[in-house]
Design a protein around this ligand. Structure first.
Ligand code: NIG
Ligand code: FE
Length: 418
C-alpha cells in the first residue's frame, strides 16, 4: 500500500470510536460501527485513517518536517461531531416574559395572536445591527461547539422584510467564514409568519417572497423552508413558495404538521424536500409518503419539553421506515437550548428512540437532513469533525443528562479551544 500523506493530527488511545458507518470500517461492530481501542489520523480537514490502534502501525505515512499534533484520549469516547440540522440561530432579544406567561396558562397561539411570539422577535431583530447579530450568533455557536456540535443549520425568518432577511443571510455567511466555529448551513425562511405590514394582503407577501426575495437570495442560502401551519402559511401558499424555490435551485425543508395536521408532510414528500421537520401531527399515510420519497424527519423534542406538549411519535416513524434526525430548533420561543446532548436524552426518555437510533439521529441522519455527504460518519476521506467525550462508554450518553459530557471539539481538523 503506498504511503499516505503526512498527518497533521493523531488521536490515540480512543476507548470507543463510534464511526456511525459499520458498512465501511473493517472491525467496526453494531449499528454504530464501534471500534474499541482505536486511533484516528487526519491531514488538515480530512480523515486519513480510522481503525484499531493495532493496525495504525501497519500504515505508512510520508515524512514531514512538521510533527503532527497528538491527542491521547486515555480510553475515552469519540463520535463524529454532532450536527444540529434545525436552528433559528440568529435573532435579537429574548421572550422570557412569554415563557412566564405560558406557565401562567396562556398558550403559544394566544401570545402570538396578541402581537407576541415570532413578531416580537422580528421587532427586536429588525432593530439590531449586523455587528450585534454577528456577536449574538457567535456566542451561540460557541456554546453549541462546547456541547459537541460541529455543524449548524440556521434559518432566517426573524427579519420578514427584505433588508433584514438579507442581513440575516449575511450574518450566517460571516459566521460561516470564522475559523474554529461550527460549519454553518444557511436556510431562507422568509415564510415564517406574515409580518404585520402585510396582514391585510397575504398574497402580496407570498408574491414578494416568490418573485423578489427568492430570486435575489438564490445562491446565498442552501435551503428554502416554509412554516406550514394554521397561524403561518397555508398548504397552498407553501406549495407556491416551494415550487418557486425549487425552480431556482434551492433545496427544500418544511416546518410540517407541528401544531396541527395541515398537509405539510404530504407537501414535503410531493416536492422532494430534503427534510420535513416537527411532524407532531403527521398521519400514517403521511409517514408512508415521506418514507417513499426518502424525506428525513427532523424531530425537535426540545419544543415539546418547552411547550409541555406531547412528543412526536418516533417509534411510529421508525416503523414506517422514515429516517430520523434530532435537532434543537434553537429559538427564543419554543426551545432556547444549544445542547444537542439534551435532545438525545429527551428522545430516549420520551420518544422511545433507542440510544443507537438517537446517536445516528444527531450524526449520520442529521448529515442527510442537510444533504451533506462529507460529515456525520468517521471514515477515511470524510471531514475531521469530532466530539471528544469525557466518558469511557457511550452508554452514558442520554442517561447522564443535563450536564455536558463533551470535553473537546475538533472542527475540520482544527482543535477548538473552549
Ligand atoms: O420551529 N415553528 C416555527 N418556528 C419556531 C418557533 C419560533 C418562535 O417561536 O420564535 C419553531 O418552533
Ligand atoms: Fe423551527
Amino acid at each position: 500500500m503506498p504511503a499516505l500523506p503526512p498527518p497533521t493530527l493523531i488521536v490515540r488511545n480512543i476507548g470507543e470510536l463510534l464511526t456511525m458507518a459499520p458498512e465501511s470500517v473493517p472491525d467496526a461492530t453494531g449499528p454504530l460501527g464501534i471500534v474499541p481501542d482505536a486511533a484516528l489520523v487526519a491531514r488538515g480537514e480530512q480523515i486519513l485513517f480510522v481503525g484499531p490502534a493495532a493496525r495504525l502501525a501497519e500504515v505508512q505515512f510520508a515524512a514531514s518536517d512538521v510533527p503532527p499534533q497528538e491527542i491521547d484520549l486515555g480510553g475515552r469516547v469519540v463520535t463524529p461531531g454532532l450536527i444540529d440540522s434545525h436552528t433559528h440561530l440568529v435573532f435579537a432579544g429574548d421572550r422570557a416574559g412569554e415563557f412566564q406567561q405560558r406557565h401562567a396558562g396562556v398558550s403559544y397561539g394566544a401570545i402570538a395572536a396578541a402581537g407576541g411570539g415570532i413578531v416580537a422577535t422580528m421587532r427586536a431583530t429588525r432593530a439590531a445591527s449586523f455587528a450585534e447579530l454577528v456577536a449574538l450568533g457567535r456566542t451561540r455557536l460557541r456554546s453549541m461547539r462546547t456541547h459537541g456540535t460541529t455543524t449548524v443549520e440556521t434559518k432566517t425568518g426573524y427579519g420578514l422584510d427584505r433588508e433584514t432577511e438579507e442581513r440575516l443571510l449575511a450574518v450566517a455567511a460571516r459566521l460561516g467564514r470564522e475559523r474554529g466555529l461550527p460549519r454553518v448551513i444557511s436556510t431562507f425562511l422568509g415564510a415564517h409568519v406574515v409580518p404585520p405590514e402585510y396582514r391585510a394582503d397575504r398574497a402580496a407577501y407570498v408574491a414578494a417572497i416568490q418573485h423578489d426575495w427568492l430570486p435575489r437570495f438564490a445562491g446565498r442560502a442552501d435551503f428554502c423552508d416554509v412554516f406550514c401551519e394554521g397561524n403561518a402559511f397555508t398548504a397552498a401558499e407553501s406549495r407556491a413558495i416551494l415550487s418557486t424555490a425549487k425552480g431556482l435551485g434551492y433545496r427544500l425543508k418544511l416546518h410540517a404538521d407541528q401544531m396541527s395536521a395541515c398537509g405539510g408532510a404530504a407537501l414535503a414528500a410531493e416536492w422532494g424536500a430534503t427534510s420535513a421537520d416537527h411532524l407532531d401531527h403527521a398521519s400514517d399515510a403521511d409517514l408512508d409518503r415521506l418514507a417513499a420519497a426518502g424525506v428525513v424527519a427532523v424531530l425537535l423534542p426540545g419544543c415539546s419539553f418547552t411547550l409541555n406538549a406531547p412528543y412526536p411519535d418516533a417509534r411510529r416513524m421508525v416503523a414506517h421506515g422514515v429516517p430520523i434526525a434530532l435537532a434543537t430548533d434553537f429559538n427564543p420561543g419554543t426551545c432556547y437550548c444549544e445542547n444537542l446532548q439534551m435532545m438525545v436524552a429527551l428522545a430516549i426518555a420520551h420518544m422511545g428512540l433507542t440510544l443507537p437510533e438517537a446517536l445516528l439521529a444527531v450524526t449520520r441522519n442529521a448529515a442527510r437532513a442537510l444533504s451533506l455527504s462529507d460529515a456525520g460518519t468517521l471514515v477515511a476521506g470524510q471531514r475531521c469533525d469530532l466530539a471528544l467525550w469525557g466518558i469511557r462508554s457511550h452508554h452514558e450518553i442520554g442517561y447522564h443528562f443535563g450536564v455536558n459530557l463533551v470535553e473537546q471539539t475538533i472542527i475540520g481538523g482544527h482543535v477548538a479551544t473552549a
